[in-house]
Design a protein around this ligand. Sequence first.
Ligand code: ASP
Length: 314
Amino acid sequence: MEIAIHGGCGTLAPELLPAAEWEEVRAHLAQSLRAGWAILAAGGPAVDAVQAAVVVLEDSPHFNAGYGAALTHEAEHELDASIMEGTQGRAGAVCTVRRVRNPILAARAVMEHSGCVLLSAEAADRYAQAQGLAMVDNTYFTTPRRVKALADIQAGKAGGAIRPITEADRHGTVGAVARDARGGLAAATSTGGFNDKPQGRVGDSPIIGAGTFARDGVCAVSCTGMGELFIRHAVAYDLCARMEYGGQSLPQAGDHLVHQTMSGHGIGAGLVSLGADGTVHAPFNTRGMARGWITGEGRICVATHEEVFDVGHC
Ligand code: ASP
């Protein structure tokens, strides 16, 4: 059994947050891993584990998903999420939802009950509500950090001199991959997109094969980075195909996509992936990527930049 998570490849520079806040970021990553691991350890399926791990990250203000998500140009939130299990290849997703508190739960409901793969906008929110999921006002997702980031970006544009937009402004996104005791793989991804995005914009995170993919016997993957390019290159599926048809190892496939395909476009990119043999690989080309995994010995490891912290046993 394995689980690994990411909190986006747009981690702030270390000097921009006080040490206590970085500690809280790592604590939330560890909490997410523990939530997923508890399910795996009890014999539960990988799809339940990735869902539980992502819910914790959606509820944390430190990541660009759920509470704390990025704001659109109109200073509102439109959220995307998807989930896939690799045994039967079932998947569910929602895009541009505005009211469901945990978009990953809506994606799971779509997978289980709707007969569809992707529901959008108000209809997806209504579907989530009909499924009994917790609903909130759109302002629930807003945090002071996102309001300030949006104001900075828009002020920069208004002044003619667009302030250099950092990876932290652009990216966030959360995701999880897991392998259960029966070898079943699953992946889940949830995001607010990026600050100042146009209304109605949909990224890769709710697109199966672009931001999320899982196939038993091969791999599970969740991506982060500028979604348009992940869609155009079908990155999550391409990682799987490189392994399945191309004979590449998980690290070879992931490194190629992040350090060649995506880096060739000059964009920040990252992913967390898990092979059918339990290999975890989490490449990124930015200064940092919040991430974590549980080792074969049951140690919980989390990181935001280069340094990896062992934060205890699960
Ligand atoms: N992939 C996400 C999107 O394009 C954003 C990110 O991961 O930074 O919506």
